[in-house]
Write a protein that binds this ligand. Structure first.
Ligand code: IPE
Length: 269
C-alpha cells in the first residue's frame, strides 16, 4: 500500500523567521514516521501494528521557499527567467530538504531526495509533467523518497513554483496511492477563520465540494505563493482517493490507518 504524506512548510519551519527550521516539530514528525515504519504508533498514541511500507514524503517551502519565491516575484503562475532567482529559490528548498533528510536519517528512516527541478516541467498550457519512475523504483527498493516544493521549467514563463500540494496530487494519481495525508499546523479545515479559537467542533469533518467551504477558506497569514488552504482543498478534491488534512498531533494516527482531521472526498469517491 502506497502512502503519500505531505509535511507542510509551516510545520517543519518557523514560518515567520526566514530560513529557520522548526527543529522540535521536525523531530516529532521524523519520529512519528520512523515509529510508523516499524509498526508502532509513535508518540504513545497507539498504532495498529501494521508498518507503513511504501511511503513517499513531500515537504513544503515554509520560511525557506515562500519568502525567496515572493522576493523574485515567482508564483505557480508568474515565472522568472533570472538564473539567480532560480538558484535562490531552488537553493533554499534543497537546503530545507537536507535538514528534513538529516532528521529522518537520524531516526533510521531510509530517506533519499528527489528534486522536482531536475525532473518536472509545465507546458505552455501550464499542464504539469512529473515523471515518477524513479520514485516508484526507489519505493520498490525500500527507500523513502522525499520530494519538496520547488521551481520547475515552465514553457513561456521561465520557471514557476511547483507546490508540494501539486506534487502530492500528481504522485497520488501516478503511484495509485491508497492513503494521502497533508500534515498542517491546524487540525483540519476550520469552519471559522480564527485559528486562535480552534477546537474539535470547528474542524470540518468532511468536504466533498469546494462550494461547501469557499466562504470559510481565507488566505494564509504568512507569505504563501501557492494558494494556502484553498489551493490544498482544490488539489485534494481532484484525487481518486480520499485525503486527510490534520496536524502534527494526529500524524501517528494517520500513519496508523485512521482518518484524523478533515477528510477531503471528491464527488465520485
Ligand atoms: C512551496 O511549496 C514551494 C516554494 C515556494 C518554492 P508549498 O506551497 O507546498 O509550501 P507550504 O507547505 O505552503 O509551505
Amino acid at each position: 500500500m502506497t502512502t503519500v504524506l505531505k509535511l507542510g512548510g509551516s510545520v517543519v519551519t518557523e514560518k515567520d523567521r526566514d530560513e529557520t527550521v522548526d527543529g522540535p516539530e521536525l523531530d516529532r514528525a521524523a519520529s512519528a514516521v520512523a515509529a510508523a515504519r516499524s509498526g508502532g504508533g509513535g508518540d504513545g498514541s497507539g498504532g495498529t501494528g501494521d508498518a507503513v511500507d511504501d511511503l513517499v514524503i513531500v515537504h513544503g517551502g515554509g520560511s525557506f521557499g515562500h519568502p525567496n519565491a515572493a522576493g523574485w516575484g515567482v508564483t505557480t503562475e508568474e515565472g522568472t527567467r533570472d538564473a539567480d532567482g532560480v538558484l535562490a529559490i531552488h537553493g533554499a528548498m534543497t537546503t530545507l530538504n537536507k535538514f528534513v533528510l538529516r532528521r529522518l536519517r537520524d531516526e533510521g528512516v531510509p530517506a533519499v531526495p528527489v528534486h522536482p527541478l531536475s525532473a518536472a516541467h509545465r507546458d505552455a498550457d501550464a499542464d504539469l509533467t512529473l515523471p515518477t519512475g524513479q520514485v516508484r523504483t526507489l519505493l520498490d527498493e525500500g527507500f523513502v523518497p522525499v520530494l519538496h516544493g520547488d521551481v520547475i521549467a515552465h514553457a513561456g514563463e521561465g520557471v514557476t513554483v511547483l507546490s508540494g500540494d501539486e506534487i502530492v496530487a500528481e504522485l497520488a494519481g501516478q503511484l495509485d496511492a491508497e492513503r494521502v495525508g497533508v500534515c498542517s499546523t491546524v487540525p483540519g479545515v476550520l469552519d471559522a477563520d480564527d485559528e486562535d479559537s480552534v477546537d474539535e467542533a470547528s474542524v470540518i469533518a468532511e468536504i466533498s465540494s469546494f462550494d461547501d467551504v469557499a466562504d470559510v477558506l481565507g488566505g494564509s497569514d504568512a507569505t504563501d505563493v501557492s494558494g494556502g488552504m484553498a489551493g490544498k482543498v482544490r488539489e485534494l478534491l481532484a484525487l481518486d482517493v480520499p485525503a486527510s488534512i490534520f496536524d502534527l498531533d494526529a500524524l501517528s494516527a494517520f500513519l496508523a490507518g485512521e482518518r484524523p482531521g478533515t477528510t477531503i472526498r471528491g464527488d465520485e469517491k
